[in-house]
Design a protein around this ligand. Structure first.
Ligand code: HEC
Ligand code: HEC
Length: 293
């Protein structure tokens, strides 16, 4: 059936006639947010026909006339993870047939030469950082594991990083405390302060510039695309393990110790310490337990 459908598609030839134009438009819509720029996954850029033909660091992804081309297998879900990685929804049958027909026809060029997608905006230090500035980092480096399309089967620790809502919701534990990067597990993981360091399949780790962007975004209140800060997750629980860097501070993350805090083996500066606490309405963290480890 599939072979017959392919032959028909090639004979009908809409994709062959349009060359890369229709395929390029589809890729621009569904692939290029990740597959462009210097940090394109596996070096695979899909914003121009040249990029598609150049393939990835594993080699070619389209082979003229070969329905088993790696890119087609990814679209059909025969190779995992299925593409587009931020699906579902994945491509529908007609869209896949169109890409198949283009490959079967030998990847003809289009009438319009698409220009490469602009590399993503990286606000300079001191500038405002919005969700759309950090979203591509999570899409390119994290969601192959941290989404429902996870190659691990399920997102680890229940943490999905595929939307602002899910990043703020966190997994089994809080991932972001708006306004406070040191208390935020995401920042602690990408710097390696908390282990295992992320991305789990690194090195390479995130470039310093991306780590700085994540930090600035959290520090500025984890704003959405319009600049509206995220709400404080009052009542969320936090567990911090690391080096005591101040009387009530682990790895630079300060908290409040009061008469209600249970302190065991009070740690000294430089010791390994653990704090379990609760986020207060003003964004501070009140320690319930504090101890030496
Ligand atoms: C949300 C980000 C994202 C989107 C959108 C996306 N991809 Fe990917 N893609 C990735 C990542 C990350 C990998 C690497 C996965 C891995 O390491 O296993 C990948 C891998 C691939 C590969 C495998 C390359 C190889 O050498 O094995 C192909 C082919 C591919 N993508 C094609 C596509 C196509 C075609 C689309 C659009 C229809 C698309 N991708 C959309 C993130 C994305
Ligand atoms: C190859 C799969 C993979 C990738 C890619 C990946 N992670 Fe993870 N992540 C994991 C696994 C597995 C764990 C659980 C590890 C553990 O704590 O034992 C985890 C745990 C985490 C945690 C801790 C969650 C908690 O509640 O304890 C955070 C935060 C996190 N990842 C963020 C990220 C970020 C940010 C990225 C991208 C920069 C990323 N991860 C990329 C697999 C991955």
């Amino acid at each position: 059936m599939r072979q017959a459908a392919l032959v028909l598609a090639v004979l009908a030839g809409p994709a062959a006639a349009q060359g890369f134009d229709a395929v390029g438009a589809l890729f621009a819509d569904r692939c290029v947010i990740c597959h462009s720029g210097e940090d394109a996954p596996l070096g695979l850029r899909l914003d121009t026909r040249e990029g598609v033909l150049a393939g990835s660091e594993n080699g070619p992804v389209v082979l003229a006339g070969d329905p088993a081309s790696p890119l087609l297998q990814r679209l059909r879900g025969e190779a995992e993870p299925q593409m587009p990685l931020d699906g579902p929804p994945f491509l529908d049958r007609d869209q896949i047939t169109m890409v198949e027909a283009w490959v079967m026809a030998g990847m003809p060029a289009g009438a319009a030469a698409p220009s490469p997608a602009a590399d993503r905006r990286r606000p300079a230090p001191g500038e405002q950082v919005l969700w759309p500035d950090v979203q591509p980092i999570f899409l390119k480096a994290c969601i192959k594991c941290h989404s429902d399309n996870s190659k691990l089967g399920a997102p680890p620790e229940g943490l999905r990083l595929d939307s602002l809502e899910n990043v703020l919701k966190g997994g089994h534990r809080l991932a972001v405390l708006p306004g406070n990067p040191e208390m935020s597990e995401i920042w602690r993981r990408v710097t390696g302060l908390a282990t295992p360091r992320m991305p789990f399949d690194g090195p390479p780790w995130l470039p310093d510039e991306d780590i700085r962007l994540i930090r600035d975004w959290i520090e500025q209140g984890a704003p959405d695309a319009d600049g509206t800060k995220a709400p404080i997750p009052t009542g969320a629980r936090i567990r911090l393990r690391g080096v005591l860097t101040g009387a009530a501070e682990i790895d630079g993350a300060g908290f409040v110790i009061d008469s209600g805090t249970r302190v065991d083996d009070r740690p000294r500066i430089g010791d390994q310490a653990e704090m379990r606490g609760v986020v207060q309405a003003d964004g501070s963290v009140r320690a319930e337990r504090f101890r030496d480890r």
